[in-house]
Unconditional design. Structure first.
Length: 396
């Protein structure tokens, strides 16, 4: 076991273990995360001193969220912990980091761990990693990979073609809103009413918002949850970012609900997956903005000349920060989603666009000033991050 000197961070680690959750815990987690690689050695030492304490699982999550290469080694060691809470946190962390080196270890956990929920989490983590490394599936002993599916981020070569009727229905209730409200658009009647299936128990609440959400008179049908879940999976085959194809056809309320739902996942205290490992534009936006805030990015510049993209980030001291770029198939949708989330009606503009992205679920909350310039054969986007609220729009 390596020898570590006492660390000035030990008090903060102990405090985070004591708090576990709540605003103060979120603030402390974020503050430690901003220290980046310098906390890894003392954090590893702290974990080694308390190997059998379930509450230190929150520090395992902190290891994972540093996104450092050395964090993978620490997480792999923790897979052997006798404490279920620690093993589970290590599994989640390896899946979040999309570590291909972790595949055989996660495979062992899936096949042999006595805790069923940990085995299930290992299965999920493996699927997330295999989405980027499908060639590794044959090397696993216990895991049975699922067939690639566009709804879980599969890299299909040819995107499915939508008929106009299906596109109209998806625009009425995009996938994320369908999941949020337990609803499925079925079609239009001869009189123009929208037929919508609802999960049992949701009819009363949904009947109040769905007509306004869709801009239609609505006829409701009640389905059991299993039937509706199966139909949702079959109908929405484009993924959570399907709205990028038809947001112009959505009502203002639907766009607002969608923006609020996605921006609710932007949290500096709990960054989503890295930008270059996102499986759809929603993951890319949430991971990008969350990580920028966690790392204290002051200015981000994105240049996009289809299909090429560069992302330049600098913190508030002007130091360059690296975060990668979205995979090629996501780049156009990433840009379209940025536009949508920065303005409620991002219509076509020849010279450029201005907007504001509000990230109010983050701790701390922050806003981002969006400036887009047309380069002729491409675009340039400048994002200015404001953590003090100086650029927030005044409340009406």
């Amino acid at each position: 076991m390596p020898e570590f000197e006492p660390s000035p961070f030990d008090h903060q680690f102990a405090r985070l273990v004591q708090l576990q959750e709540g605003p103060e815990a979120d603030e402390l987690f974020t503050e430690l995360l901003r220290r980046g690689h310098i906390i890894l050695d003392p954090l590893h030492a702290f974990l080694l001193r308390y190997p059998n304490e379930p509450d230190i699982a929150i520090l395992v999550s902190l290891v994972a969220k540093t996104m450092e290469i050395r964090a993978i080694t620490i997480l792999l060691q923790l897979l052997n912990s006798p404490v279920p809470e620690i093993r589970k946190a290590a599994v989640l962390g390896l899946g979040w980091n999309r570590s291909v080196a972790a595949l055989p270890h996660l495979d062992r956990i899936e096949g042999t761990d006595p805790e069923k929920d940990i085995a299930r989490e290992a299965c999920t983590a493996i699927e997330e990693i295999l989405a980027q490394h499908p060639e590794k599936a044959g090397e696993l002993e216990y895991h049975s990979p699922l067939a690639p599916n566009p709804t879980n981020g599969g890299d299909e070569e040819v995107p499915p073609v939508l008929g106009e009727d299906q596109k109209r229905l998806m625009a009425a209730i995009p996938r994320l809103l369908a999941l949020e409200f337990g609803s499925l658009p079925l079609g239009y009647t001869s009189s123009g009413k929208l037929r919508v299936a609802l999960v049992e128990g949701r009819t009363r609440a949904a009947s109040m918002i769905i007509p306004e959400l869709t801009g239609n008179d609505v006829e409701f049908e009640t389905w059991n949850k299993e039937m509706l879940d199966r139909a949702l999976g079959e109908f929405y085959h484009l993924g959570d970012d399907d709205f990028c194809l038809f947001h112009q056809q959505m009502t203002p309320l639907a766009r607002r609900e969608l923006i609020d739902l996605v921006m609710g996942g932007v949290r500096a205290q709990e960054p989503a997956c890295p930008l270059d490992e996102a499986n759809d534009a929603v993951e890319a936006i949430q991971g990008f903005l969350s990580s920028c805030a966690a790392l204290g990015v002051g200015v981000a510049t994105i240049e996009y000349i289809d299909p090429h993209m560069t992302v330049s980030l600098h913190d508030r001291e002007g130091k360059a920060v690296y975060m990668g770029v979205p995979r090629e198939r996501l780049r156009a949708r990433f840009i379209e989603a940025l536009r949508l989330f920065s303005m409620e009606d991002p219509g076509p503009v020849e010279t450029g666009r201005l907007g504001m992205i509000l990230c109010e679920s983050s701790d701390p909350a922050f806003c981002v000033k969006y400036e887009e310039t047309n380069l002729g054969n491409g675009i340039k986007i400048r994002l200015n991050f404001d953590y003090e609220g100086n650029n927030r729009p005044a409340e009406s």
